[in-house]
Structure formats: structure tokens, C-alpha cells
Ligand binder design. Structure first.
Ligand SMILES: [Zn+2]
Length: 256
């Protein structure tokens, strides 16, 4: 039986580093590689040896330590085919829809473009976790640097289709600001109000707001609810195309 242990830690200023360890195979996977020292320290604390890196997208704060970690551990680096020219040290390009074996760990690759044109998320069904980097944040979503609202909305619907019991891991701690924007568009959502209070308390204590159950995000994250009739009505957009609703929320978030 596979047995998973997942450690999340802060890298740089607001990036998350994540290590997934599977005890039977001894496989240890880093989700992105934002910062060498922080990852080395976490490996040392856990007593694990890094075997793989799953790269979500090409941004510097997600691939910064790829080459250093590869030189040190001879890890295999997996990343999106569409961005392979921009991902240092990539060994194994993958595409959405594929289920791959990563050191004995089953990983489903999900296309989630919008923030960048090639971003992918990684779902590990046996660990009950999805790693959505800069596509989906708690109560938010990634900035549309390369894609548009229609593209991102489609990406987020793929993530929304995963089981509610899935734990969502993200690339950044942006939840407190996301909560303010979410409440401004969806003020009467009780589940959102509760989550916003919890987020405020966690941040006051200097703790992370992630990971979070996907089921809660489905009920609270306005970017996953752009086709919700109640939210549309609250925004004065009853009957609108969800893509337009999504774009309106994204535009609002850009002002925070
Ligand atoms: Zn990014």
C-alpha cells in the first residue's frame, strides 16, 4: 500500500514549496523548485532524498532551483510539453490528459493554461491531492499573463471536476487578499464569510491558509462559481455568459 507524506513550506517571500514522499517506493517529489536552500532544509528535516521535480509552468519563481537540484540529486524533471523550451533541465515533457508514473506514484496531468499558455496541474489520486500552482489559489486564481478569461475558466472547470475530498495545494499565499475581493463580489455567501474569518485568524498567527479541501473552494471561491446563479445575481449579471462573469471577477481582483 502506498503511503504518502506531504510537507508544505514557505520559499522566497510568498511561494510555497511542497515535497511529496511515498514511503514504500522511497520516491520524493518536489512540486516546482522555487528556492534551493529552502528545499534542501526541508529534505534534511524530513530525512528524504529528492528523486523528481514536477514543474507546473515556466516562471522563474517556480523553476529557479531546477538545475541546482538536478546537479545535486540527479532528479528527473517533468514539465509541460508546451513550455519545454523555457524549463531548465526538463527531462520528460508531458501533456494534459496523460496519466504518468513518477517513481511508482500515479500522477494525472491536467491542462490548466491561462496564467501561462502551457501551465499544467498535477493530481495524485492515491494521495488525494492536487497541485495547481498559479492556476487556482484559495479564493482566487492566477493572473492572466498569457491567456484570457475563457481559457482560464475552462482550466478551472477541469480542477473543479476533481473529487471534493481532494486537498488543494497552490503556488502562493495570496488568500487574505483574495478573500477581500471574494467578499466584495459574493458578500452573502456564508461559507465564504466563515473561510474569510478563518483566513484572517490563520494569518494573524503567521500560519498558512493552505492546503484546503477542494470541496470548500467549490463553495467559496468566486472563480470556481462564475456559473452560479446566486453569484451572478449578486454581481448584477443574472443570465450572463459565465466567461463574462469570470472576466468581471478577474478584473475586480486586479484592482486589489
Ligand atoms: Zn507564475
Amino acid at each position: 500500500m502506498a503511503s504518502f507524506d506531504i510537507r508544505q513550506f514557505t520559499c522566497r517571500s510568498d511561494n510555497f514549496g511542497v515535497l511529496v514522499h511515498e514511503a514504500e517506493s522511497g520516491t520524493t517529489i518536489a512540486i516546482d523548485a522555487p528556492e534551493e536552500q529552502a528545499i534542501l532544509a526541508e529534505l534534511e528535516t524530513a530525512g528524504w532524498t529528492l528523486t523528481h521535480i514536477l514543474t507546473t509552468h515556466h516562471h522563474g519563481d517556480h523553476v529557479a532551483a531546477n538545475e541546482a537540484l538536478k546537479a545535486r540529486f540527479h532528479v528527473e524533471i517533468v514539465g509541460p510539453e508546451k513550455e519545454k523550451m523555457k524549463i531548465p533541465g526538463i527531462d520528460r515533457p508531458v501533456a494534459g490528459g496523460q496519466t504518468i508514473d513518477v517513481g511508482g506514484v500515479r500522477v494525472e496531468v491536467i491542462d490548466t493554461p491561462g496564467h501561462t499558455l502551457g501551465e499544467v496541474s498535477y493530481f495524485m489520486p492515491d494521495a488525494g491531492a492536487v497541485f495547481a500552482a498559479d492556476a487556482l489559489f484559495s479564493l482566487g486564481c492566477g493572473r492572466l499573463f498569457e491567456g484570457d478569461a475563457a481559457m482560464m475558466w475552462e482550466s478551472l472547470q477541469r480542477l473543479r471536476a476533481l473529487p471534493g475530498a481532494t486537498m488543494l495545494y497552490c503556488g502562493h499565499e495570496y488568500t487574505a487578499t483574495n478573500a477581500k475581493c471574494a467578499l466584495s463580489v459574493d458578500p452573502d455567501n456564508v461559507a465564504l464569510q466563515e473561510r474569510a474569518r478563518e483566513v484572517e485568524e490563520l494569518r494573524r498567527e503567521g500560519r498558512s491558509t493552505l492546503p484546503v479541501l477542494l470541496e470548500r473552494e467549490k463553495k467559496t471561491n468566486p472563480f470556481l462559481r462564475a456559473d452560479d446563479e446566486g453569484l451572478m445575481a449578486a454581481m448584477g449579471m443574472a443570465g450572463a455568459d459565465p466567461v463574462d462573469v469570470f472576466a468581471a471577477i478577474r478584473k475586480k481582483r486586479d484592482q486589489y
